[in-house]
Ligand binder design. Structure first.
Ligand SMILES: [Zn+2]
Length: 468
């Protein structure tokens, strides 16, 4: 029990110093018996309180604050203090092992460890040693804004130790020891709590999510789970609802961050989609209540929905030709340069430029489906390239005959234009028979929670789709 001893002796030292200090302040350097008595009583009270506050030490027999004070009077000042043996033993190691007093340094942008050391008056030589310490030196010098370093310095400003987070759940300490600097790690207690929320969209997905305390990152993750079912750029409507069961991570009792989504339901224009997180052996992923993967052959939208300007209003009456042009695709307004993704795996069958379509890319998927991407500012694939779903094939632009920057996206099945946001696609294969029962067992309580959180019967009738 090194710590309590350290604490006890520190308290005793403090008490003695306080009395010495009191004496020094008084004329003649002596104390009247009354003063000593009062001071002693005060000291007993102060030390007693401190000890009581420190619950770890209550059972430690050496903690007898009274003993310190009672023996400390004028006559014995220069004599060895007559303490019980146990206390003397406890006092021994104290003097060269004072309690750390941490001062905290928050790293801001532009900071280097060198600057931090210089500000604290610590030598470049020490920094060099820290940077070269076994195992952790490199990590220690790789600092980022927001990192926090704690320094333990002596009253004279001498370095005793530093501490910083090595990872979310580990501290690293660098300490002065008899053999020079040494590094060690200490784990930090992480705790996972499972929480649930439910929300209705009145203005935007992000606002609804923010109102129930979801971080933007969580909102993006929620949307990414349903990216194969819902076009978050164009199809979110007022009255859409969602519910989430997810983890919150606490560290040492303090909220740290939101963690994994365990299950989610999203009701979009009256259609309900559910997903449950499950690890079928290749790492966690999301499956529907029947055990079919949420990932499917085609993304509903071939670009990041957060980059789409929702108020883009494609004009069907063409301003150049003055003729109403048949519109066989979906238009996504957005900033020039927004990455455009292949909606599914496939092969590039055209990558070219013409005056009408501007820079454009066509992709063949299997035998029946072709997707087309027009008006790009830049193409990033060539004819015959194989592409993967989500791969960037070009950048959004305003090339060709357009009224403003946007992606014109077409989805053709056997040569016929279909709405990519509503077209029925082949259903993915469910988890195999070996793992499916495990999934269904694991999913059931999650689906029950979603059902309780956001029962489908409270749904309003689906608003009419504005999809063409
Ligand atoms: Zn268009």
């Amino acid at each position: 029990m090194a710590t309590p001893r350290k604490r006890t002796s520190t308290l005793m030292q403090r008490g003695r110093e306080w009395l010495d200090d009191l004496r020094a302040r008084l004329p003649g350097g002596s104390l009247s018996p009354v003063t000593i008595a009062v001071a002693s009583v005060l000291l007993v009270v102060v030390l007693g309180l401190q000890v009581m506050l420190d619950d770890e030490k209550i059972s430690e027999p050496v903690i007898e604050p009274g003993a310190v004070v009672v023996t400390d009077n004028q006559a014995e000042r220069d004599q060895p203090v007559d303490l019980p043996a146990a206390v003397v033993e406890a006092v021994e190691p104290v003097t060269d092992e004072p309690e750390p007093s941490w001062s905290y340094v928050q790293i801001t942008s532009g900071d280097t460890l060198e600057l931090v050391f210089r500000r604290l008056g610590l030598s470049p030589g020490l920094l060099h040693q820290v940077a070269n310490i076994d195992d952790y030196g490199q990590e220690l010098t790789r600092i980022r804004p927001g990192d926090e370093f704690a320094f333990d310095l002596t009253d004279e400003g001498e370095f005793r130790a530093l501490r910083t987070a090595l990872s979310e759940d580990q501290w690293v300490f660098v300490e002065v020891t008899a053999d020079g600097l040494a590094a060690r790690t200490e784990s930090r207690q992480l705790e996972t709590r499972i929480v649930e929320i439910e929300a209705e969209i009145t203005s935007s997905l992000f606002n609804a999510a923010k109102n129930v305390g979801l971080s933007d990152n969580m909102t993006l993750r929620l949307a990414s789970i349903f990216a194969w079912d819902i076009d978050f750029a164009l199809d979110i409507r007022q009255g859409d609802r969602f519910a989430l069961v997810f983890e919150e991570i606490y560290r040492e009792g303090q909220f740290l961050r939101q963690g994994s989504i365990l299950a989610a339901r999203f009701i979009n224009q009256g259609d309900s989609f559910e997903a449950v997180r499950f690890d079928a052996g290749d790492g966690p992923d999301f499956y529907d209540p029947d055990g079919r993967p949420m990932r499917k052959a085609f993304l509903r939208a071939p670009l990041n929905f957060t980059r789409v300007t929702s108020n883009f209003n494609p004009r069907r009456f063409h301003p150049v030709t003055r003729r109403v042009r048949p519109h066989n695709g979906t238009d996504y307004g957005g900033a020039i340069g927004t990455p455009i993704w292949a909606a599914g795996d496939g092969r590039v069958i055209e990558s070219a430029y013409d005056r009408i379509n501007g820079h454009h890319v066509f992709i063949q998927h299997g035998n029946h489906i072709v997707t087309k991407y027009l008006h790009l500012s830049k193409r990033q694939v060539k004819r015959n390239d194989r592409v993967r779903q989500g791969q960037t094939i070009g950048l959004l632009g305003a090339t060709g005959r357009v009224t403003g920057p946007h992606l014109h996206y077409e989805f053709l099945v056997n040569g016929v234009h279909r709405n990519p946001r509503t077209v029925d696609l082949p259903i993915a294969q469910p988890l195999n028979d070996e793992i499916l029962p495990d999934y269904l067992t694991a999913a059931e309580p999650m689906l029950d929670r979603l059902e309780a959180l956001l029962p489908p019967q409270v749904l309003l009738a689906a608003s009419a789709s504005t999809a063409e």
